[in-house]
Design a protein around this ligand. Structure first.
Ligand code: GDP
Ligand code: MG
Length: 604
């Protein structure tokens, strides 16, 4: 395929604005998938994506399209929209020369529209604005065009109005892709230079690396080398994604496809790595900023005998999702496990759900925490800490303030876009989250964009839910890393019948300790079932108790419900209780449900 007939592009948008639906239509028009079935978000392959209706993993599809007598190869990379998965977007963009920026005609520009626009703008890609859902009764394409002019300085004449659902004007989109997005600027005569922009693990075939060719060509039998590890491999298969893997003879410069080369270890197909021919090393392409975990939590097998199975599941899943960081960890109660770093809470929930659904692994997750830092006052005296500044990813390892000169907490710059009638409520919410306002601009007559600096800890668990509920779903939110700031932090213990629970240790801002402690005790009271004895739930700072709740004793005698001697009904009830118990975990002598650790942190 001549390079000038190749276009590599991505679809970016706020969540639910129709990226995956537009991708479906593009696949149909180009005959990549049949139009007879009812295609719905066909690129969302994972079960969790189908159940939640969100895209988690970027997907690639090669489309063939004839335009005015010329055959074109269009490589489409679908991307997720949710804030937690932004790193997937920036990774996909590195393989593209242009994007379709999709905006819902009814909702207009939202927080992630802005974030995604800037990702594409900074990568200097051609941006084609697409206004979707014009079939909706409340669609107001004109207003959205004005917003696009205001915010992005793109003329409204460049906007394409479409309905991805009905297929209206979608053909136009393909023509614009061909006319406005430049072909990749590469040559087949150069030595092989292939960027690994994604990789997946297949149980049978090992590692499958998604690659974009910036130079040369590649085929079965080639000996290649990783610029990163210098390890060499023999290529056993190359192909394109349609969107399923379809082997081809050769991949050429400018193309996007996949490669299998006997990589078995999960660490071998490093995302951002440059592959070259064994005998022709090249200057590696700039890699990616590695995704920075924002949220850490402990993960333990629900059943300790499952440790090895879960270990291998975690390894495989982290290959498919390299933004998760893994450290070994152990807890007195929960045994051997890991401390995992995630990009956000949704990312953590999705990871957990994928473990359960794709690997049949049942795990306990402990309360999420952000990476705090402590500046040690007398580092030389404390042997186990070498540096002056340490990062704390496990609250139970929070150093005592007698050896610390300052604590630091991670912050984020949040963007909120909302109809102006909710401003009052949103300002109040941000105030309770210790946020500092940085900016406030109108994006049209009735919509406002607010920028706030938040302590990360204040938004990870339930900020988004709170924002959605007070704005009847109309406000949107996105955030980016904004570095560390000094904070007055303190460690809070939670005691169950007098025993401190390591997994519930929390780090809080001093001035909020009382409120947070009280809410945590109340939440725990709601989730811990009554047991044979009374349970005291206490929050403590050092030896000082600052909050308390009590769970009254109760005997849950399932058999009492069983009048008569119906033995099968009796067995069924006993079995049900046994199953209920599996979901509980003993901490000291108290049984705690396995999802308690996360629910205690919700404030709303
Ligand atoms: P994504 O999150 O951006 O990938 O969005 P999806 O493609 O999953 O679409 C989100 C929702 O919007 C789905 O319920 C789609 O059926 C719906 N949708 C997408 N495009 C259109 C459209 O043109 N018109 C209407 N009425 N609904 C649409
Ligand atoms: Mg999608």
């Amino acid at each position: 395929f001549p390079v000038e007939n190749i276009r590599n592009f991505s679809i970016i948008a706020h969540v639910d604005h129709g990226k995956s639906t537009l991708a479906d239509r593009l696949l149909e028009i180009t005959g990549t998938i049949s139009t007879t079935g009812h295609n719905k978000q066909v690129l969302d392959k994972l079960q969790v994506e189908r159940e939640r209706g969100i895209t988690v993993k970027a997907q690639t599809a090669s489309l063939f399209y004839n335009h005015e007598g010329t055959n074109y190869l269009l490589n489409l990379i679908d991307t997720p929209g949710h804030v937690d998965f932004n790193y997937e977007v920036s990774r996909s963009l590195s393989a593209c020369q242009g994007v379709l920026l999709v905006v819902d005609a009814n909702e207009g520009i939202q927080a992630q529209t802005v974030a995604n626009f800037y990702l594409a703008f900074e990568a200097q890609l051609s941006i084609i604005p697409v206004i979707n859902k014009i079939d909706l009764k409340n669609a107001d394409a004109e207003r959205v065009e004005k917003q696009i002019e205001n915010m992005f300085d793109i003329s409204k004449d460049e906007c394409i109005r479409i309905s991805a659902k009905l297929g209206t004007n979608v053909e136009r989109v393909l023509q614009e892709v061909i006319e406005k997005i430049p072909p990749p600027d590469v040559s087949t005569n150069d030595p092989l230079k292939a960027l690994v922009f994604d990789s997946t693990y297949d149980h049978f075939r090992g590692v499958i690396a998604n690659i974009a060719l910036f130079g040369g060509e590649i085929q079965k039998g080639h000996k290649i080398m990783s610029s990163h590890t210098k390890k060499t491999y023999e290529v056993s298969e190359v192909g394109i994604l349609t969107p399923n893997e379809q082997p081809v003879q050769k991949l050429y410069a400018g193309q996007v496809g996949y490669l299998i080369a006997g990589m078995k270890e999960v660490t071998e197909a490093q995302i951002g790595d440059t592959l070259c021919l064994h005998k022709q090393p090249v200057e590696p392409l700039p890699g990616f900023k590695s995704a920075k975990p924002m949220v850490f939590a402990g993960m333990y097998p629900a059943d300790k005998s499952e440790y090895n199975n879960i270990k291998s599941a975690v390894e495989k899943l982290t290959l498919n999702d390299s933004s998760v960081t893994v450290h070994r960890d152990s807890s007195l109660v929960l045994g051997a496990g890991w401390r995992l770093g995630f990009l956000g809470l949704l990312h953590m929930e999705v990871f957990n759900q994928r473990l359960e659904q794709e690997y049949n692994a049942s795990v306990i997750l402990t309360a999420p925490t952000v990476p705090y830092k402590a500046v040690l006052s007398s580092a030389k005296l404390i042997k186990e800490y070498r540096g002056e500044e340490i990062t704390i990813i496990n609250p139970s390892e929070f150093p005592d303030n007698s050896m610390v000169s300052a604590y630091l907490e991670p912050t984020v710059l949040g963007t909120i876009i909302t109809p102006d009638e909710y401003i009052g409520k949103i300002l109040a919410l941000c105030q309770t989250r210790s946020a500092v306002q940085k900016d406030m601009v109108y994006i049209d007559e009735h919509r406002v964009m607010l920028k706030y600096l938040f302590p990360l800890n204040e938004i990870i668990v339930d900020f988004y839910d709170a924002l959605k509920s007070l704005s009847s779903g109309y406000a949107s939110f996105d955030y980016e890393d904004a570095g560390y700031q000094p904070a007055d932090l303190i460690k809070m213990d939670i005691l169950l019948n007098g025993n401190s629970v390591e997994e519930l240790v929390t780090i809080v801002q001093k001035e909020k300790a009382f409120t947070v402690g009280k809410t945590m005790c109340e939440r725990l009271k709601d989730v811990i079932p009554r047991q044979l004895f009374e349970i005291a739930i206490q929050a403590a700072i050092g030896s000082k108790i600052i909050a308390r709740e009590t769970v009254k004793p109760y005997r849950k005698d399932v058999l009492a419900k069983c009048y008569g001697g119906d033995i099968s009904r009796k067995m069924k009830l006993l079995k049900r209780q046994a199953e209920g118990k599996k979901k509980l975990r003993k901490i000291g002598n108290v049984e705690v449900p396995k999802d308690a650790f996360i629910s205690v942190l919700k404030r709303q």
